[in-house]
Design a binder for this molecule. Structure first.
Ligand code: NDP
Ligand code: 2IT
Length: 449
C-alpha cells in the first residue's frame, strides 16, 4: 500500500518549491492535508488521480492594474486579484478583501480555505477569493467609489452569476458591494443580481446576511458546547475585532446570556468589565467608521490598551478570534489555557497559528475551526443567490432558521468524521475530512479537467 503520509509530504514539498514565498498558503495546505491521511489510506483512487496535486493548483488566477484618482486629483495604482481556486461543486464563491497587506499568498490561503468551507455548507458553491492592496481607511466615499469602479472595470470580465460570485471580507462591506454592483450593472447593461452577494436588502440582498457570519459562529459554538453539557449563559467571552464578524458574534453571544468583555481593532483593544455596550460599538464602527479607542472615552469602567494581541490576556471561558489571520499565536494560547479557557471558536479565517491549535487540542480545549465555524456567512450568501434566482426575498426568520440548520449540520458532519477517523473531539480533522471527501469525489466524477 502506498504511504499516504509520504504522499502528503511530497505534495507539501511541491507546493513550497513552486511558491516558496507564500507562507500563509503553505500553512493552510498543511493544515488540510495532514488531517486527511486516513481518508487517503481508504481511498487510493484519490492518489492515482493526483487529486491533491490538482487541489493545490488554482484553476485560474487573474491579477490586474487598478488605477484611480483621489479627491485631490492625484492618481494611484493598486493591484487587484481574483483567485478562482476550485469549481467542482459550483461557481467560484468567496469574498473580496481590501487591505494593504493583501498579496497572492493571503488570497490563495483564503481561496483554498473557501473551497472546503463552501463544501461544508452543503450548498452548490465552489471556492474563490479576491481583493486588492487598496486601504479604504481614511478614504472619502467618493474615493472608495472611484476605486471600486476601477476594480470592477476589470473584474467584470471574470465573474457572473454562474461563473464566479464575489462578496465582502475585510474592508469590503455593504458600501463597497453597492459601488461594485453599480459598475457591473452599468458595464453589462443587465441586472444580474446574483453576481455579487452581501447586497443591500433594497436591491436583492438577503436579510440576515449582515449578521450571518457572527450568528453562525455562535450557533456552531453552542452546538459544540451543548454536546458537552456546557451552557453559554453567564460565561465570560473574549472577542477580537470590531468589524462585521465580531459585532454580530457579540450580538448573538449576548442574546445567549454570555458576558462579552472585549473587542478590538488593529490599534488596540477595549476591556469592559460591565460587558460590551454593543450599540456604542456599532455607532463607532458601523456609523462613524471610527477607532475602538473611542469606546473608553464614553464608558467609565472600560479600559483601552494599545496593541491588539493583549486581548488574549483577558481571563475568559470562551475566546472568539474575529479579526484576522494569525492573530492568536502559541504564546496567546498558553495564556488563555493558563487562565482556564474552555472553548475557542474561530470567526476570522485561520486566526490561530498551527502551533496554537495543537496546544489547544493537547490541553483539551474545545476548538471550533474557522472553515466550519465561520461558514454561516458564505452559506447565507448562497441563500442570497437562491433568492436571486427565484426573484423572491425570504424573511429574516426564514433565513436565520436555515442558517441555524446549516450550522448544526456542519457541526454534526465534523463531529461524526472526527469520531470515525481521528480523536472524537478533533473538529479540525472532522471538518477537513468531510469537505475533502465531497470535493474529491466530485472532481473524480468530472474526470480530468
Ligand atoms: P471587517 O473589515 O468588517 O473587520 C475587520 C476587523 O479586524 C476590524 O476590527 C479590523 O481592525 C481588524 N483587523 C483587520 N486586519 C487586522 C490586522 N492585520 N490586525 C489586527 N486587526 C485587524 O472584516 P470582517 O469582520 O468581515 O472580517 C473579519 C475576519 O472574518 C476576516 O478574517 C475575514 O476573512 C473573516 N470572515 C468574514 C466573513 C464575512 O462574511 N465578512 C465570513 C467569514 C470569515 P481595523 O479597523 O483596525 O482594520
Ligand atoms: O471568508 C468568507 O467566507 C467570506 N468572506 C464570505 C464569502 C461570501 O461569499 O459570502
Amino acid at each position: 500500500m502506498a504511504d499516504m503520509k509520504q504522499y502528503v509530504n511530497d505534495v507539501l514539498e511541491l507546493v513550497k518549491k513552486r511558491d516558496p514565498n507564500e507562507p500563509e498558503f503553505h500553512n493552510t495546505v498543511k493544515e488540510v492535508l495532514t488531517t486527511i491521511v486516513p481518508v487517503l489510506e481508504k481511498n487510493p483512487q484519490f492518489k492515482d488521480a493526483k487529486i491533491l496535486e490538482r487541489m493545490v493548483e488554482a484553476e485560474r488566477i487573474v491579477t490586474f492594474r487598478v488605477p484611480w484618482q483621489d479627491d485631490k486629483g492625484e492618481i494611484h495604482v493598486n493591484r487587484g486579484f481574483r483567485v478562482q481556486m476550485n469549481s467542482a461543486i459550483g461557481p467560484y464563491k468567496g469574498g473580496l478583501r481590501f487591505h494593504p497587506s493583501v498579496n497572492l499568498s493571503i488570497l490563495k490561503f483564503l481561496a483554498f480555505e473557501q473551497v472546503f468551507k463552501n463544501a461544508l455548507t452543503g450548498l452548490p458553491i465552489g471556492g474563490g477569493k479576491g481583493g486588492s492592496d487598496f486601504d479604504p481607511k481614511g478614504k472619502s466615499d467618493n474615493e472608495v467609489m472611484k476605486f471600486c469602479q476601477s476594480f470592477m472595470t476589470e473584474l467584470v470580465r471574470h465573474i457572473g452569476p454562474n461563473v464566479d460570485v464575489p462578496a465582502g471580507d475585510i474592508g469590503v462591506g455593504g458600501r463597497e458591494i453597492g459601488y461594485l454592483f453599480g459598475q457591473y450593472k452599468s458595464i453589462r447593461d443587465a441586472y444580474d443580481a446574483g453576481v455579487l452577494t452581501g447586497k443591500g436588502v433594497q436591491y436583492w440582498g438577503s436579510l440576515a446576511r449582515t449578521e450571518a457570519t457572527g450568528y453562525g459562529l455562535l450557533y456552531f459554538v453552542k452546538n459544540m458546547l451543548d454536546a458537552k453539557g456546557i451552557d453559554l449563559k453567564d460565561k465570560t467571552v473574549v472577542v477580537s475585532g470590531a468589524g462585521n464578524v465580531a459585532i454580530y458574534a457579540i450580538e448573538k453571544a449576548q442574546s445567549f446570556g454570555a458576558k462579552v468583555v472585549t473587542c478590538s481593532d488593529s490599534n488596540g483593544y477595549v476591556y469592559d468589565p460591565d460587558g460590551i455596550d454593543l450599540a456604542a460599538v456599532k455607532e463607532i464602527k458601523e456609523v462613524r467608521r471610527g477607532r475602538i479607542k473611542e469606546y473608553a472615552e464614553t464608558h467609565k469602567n472600560a479600559e483601552y490598551h494599545e496593541g491588539c494581541k493583549g486581548v488574549w490576556t483577558v481571563k475568559c471561558d470562551i475566546a472568539l478570534p474575529c479579526a484576522t489571520q494569525s492573530e492568536l499565536d502559541l504564546d496567546a494560547a498558553k495564556v488563555l489555557v493558563a487562565n482556564g479557557v474552555k472553548a475557542v471558536g474561530e470567526g476570522a479565517n485561520m486566526p490561530s497559528t498551527l502551533d496554537a491549535i495543537e496546544y489547544f487540542q493537547q490541553n483539551k480545549v474545545l476548538f471550533a475551526p474557522a472553515k466550519a465555524a465561520n461558514a454561516g456567512g458564505v452559506a447565507t450568501s448562497a441563500l442570497e443567490m437562491a433568492q436571486n434566482s427565484e426573484r423572491l426575498q425570504w424573511t429574516f426568520e426564514e433565513v436565520d432558521e436555515k442558517l441555524k440548520g446549516i450550522m448544526k449540520n456542519i457541526y454534526e458532519q465534523a463531529k461524526k468524521n472526527a469520531e470515525t477517523y481521528a480523536d472524537p473531539d478533533d473538529l479540525v480533522a472532522g471538518a477537513n475530512i468531510s469537505a475533502f471527501v465531497k470535493v474529491a469525489n466530485v472532481m473524480m466524477a468530472h474526470g480530468l479537467v
